[in-house]
Every structure is written in C-alpha cells, then in structure tokens.
Design a protein around this ligand. Structure first.
Ligand SMILES: C[S@@+](CC[C@H](N)C(=O)[O-])C[C@H]1O[C@@H](n2cnc3c(N)ncnc32)[C@H](O)[C@@H]1O
Length: 246
C-alpha cells in the first residue's frame, strides 16, 4: 500500500480498497462518494468476464485506456464484496453522513441490498441521464446510470435546497482519462448534499473525477485506487489542479 499526501486535506492511497479502508479511523469522514467496478455488462459470468473495454465501449468509439481492475466478479461474490467495503465505509463515516454510489441498471438491486446490509439507511436513487446510449432494436435504450443515496443513521442535510432527482450530462470522450470517467460537473452537483468543508472518501478513485470535484469546491478528499496506472493518472491530475489553483 502506498500513501501520498498532496495537501493537508488531500490524501491518496494506492492499494486494495478493503485493506486501505481498515487503516482509516472510525467516524473520520463527512461523506462517501464513489464509483466501484460494476462487474456488469452481461447476465452470464462469461459475458461479465469479457475485458471492460469490450463490455463498456461501442466499437466505433473504442479508445485505449489502462485496464480497469476488479470488474469480473460473479453476482454473488460482487454483492458480498460490496457489503464488505460498504461496511468499512459505514464505520469510517460520521453519524448523519451521506453515501453516494454509482451503479447501472443490472446491479442496482444487488447494490441497494449491499448498502442496507452494510448498515446504511437507503434514502433513494438519483438518475444520471447520459443523453446517449447504444440503440436497442424494439427496446428501450439504457440511457441512465444511477447513484444510490443513503446515510449513516439520520441524514444530516447541510442545507434546505431542493435538489433534482435526474442530472443530464453527456460523456465527453475528449476529457475522459478512464474507461468509465464520470463528468466532473455531475460529481460537483452531487456534492450539494455535503457541507462546503466536508472531507469526502472515495475508495475507487479511477481517473480522479471525484477528487477534482472535491478540490474545485474546496472540500477534502481521500481517494484509493488499486491500479498503479490509474493511481498515477489521478495523482498527477490532482497535483496539477492544486498547483494551478495555487
Ligand atoms: C468505475 S472506476 C472509477 C472511475 C472514476 N469514477 C472516474 O471518473 O475516473 C472503478 C475503479 O476502481 C478500481 N478498483 C477495482 N478494484 C479495486 C479495489 N479492490 N480497490 C481499489 N480500487 C479498485 C478500478 O481499477 C477502477 O479504476
């Protein structure tokens, strides 16, 4: 495990999320916002074990990204694994902290079970409308991904703002640094349920979108990534961001 502190309020870990999380103190973060590997992309184990670039990219737009790790679990082991890391996040979160976890339509039921099994109080889902998706002959496009919203105990809302339940942001291929990069603007909107000085935990940092949104809004950030390549990409991205912002 490697630990790097980019600033007082920004700490990054390279290592397995479960090992890293066990080192963090109880009730030490104000929110958890993360985007784990979905282990999705098919209903059979064979389909799930295809390379993520094949599962999640249309052939016409395929670009090369470093491999995304941990995306080939079967349904039962994925659900159990999610329960384990979500339980650790629950321990590390302060009472009243919000949890936001990305998922897709296939994994939504399993992940809401894992969230509740880990002790979180499930409070709803937010839809991310990606504005485009592969056309499906005679069927509906899967145009949305979802963010499960939960809290540790009674949710301590930081404001009385009435927030939308759907956010529409297209994926901009030019700004993607990860196969499944999430738009920074979307993450920034989601941070509305956290206090302006919150420290946010993200056990699956990927290319660093959650980190960039936290830094851009003055929040603290603790990120973890298993892949050394993505860890470096995120570290460089956040370091550059901090340097340019002074
Ligand atoms: C869906 S991606 C996150 C993408 C990120 N939100 C972004 O916008 O760039 C999930 C990340 O979790 C990482 N990962 C997979 N298994 C992990 C584990 N056990 N511990 C930590 N990171 C892991 C993958 O390498 C991948 O980069």
């Amino acid at each position: 495990m490697i630990k790097v502190s980019l600033a007082d309020h920004v700490t990054l870990f390279q290592g397995d999320a479960l090992s890293v999380l066990t080192t963090l103190p109880a009730e030490s973060v104000d929110a958890v916002l993360t985007d784990p590997p979905y282990s999705s992309g098919g209903v059979t184990l064979g389909a799930r074990q295809a390379p993520p670039a094949q599962k999640y990219q249309q052939s016409a737009t395929r670009r090369h990204y470093p491999p995304m790790l941990g995306d080939a679990k079967d349904q039962r082991s994925w659900t159990m694994w999610c329960t384990l890391w979500l339980s650790e996040c629950w321990r590390i979160a302060r009472e009243g902290a919000p949890l936001m976890v990305f998922t897709d339509w296939r994994q939504l039921p399993a992940l809401t079970d894992a969230v509740q099994g880990a002790g979180w109080s499930w409070r709803g889902i937010v839809a991310w409308d990606k504005r485009s998706a592969r056309p499906q002959l005679g069927r509906f496009r899967q145009q949305c991904e979802y963010v499960i919203f939960a809290s540790r105990g009674r949710f301590a809302a930081p404001s009385r703002a009435c927030l939308p339940g759907v956010y529409a942001y297209p994926v901009n291929p030019a700004s993607k640094v990860h196969l499944t990069s999430k738009p920074v603007a979307l993450i920034t909107d989601l941070l509305a349920v956290t206090a302006a000085d919150a420290t946010v935990l993200d056990p699956f940092m990927g290319g660093g979108s959650v980190g960039e949104a936290c830094l851009a809004t003055g929040r603290g950030y603790i990120g973890c990534e298993l892949s050394p390549e993505y860890f470096e990409i995120s570290r460089e991205r956040l370091k550059k961001f901090l340097t340019e912002r002074g």
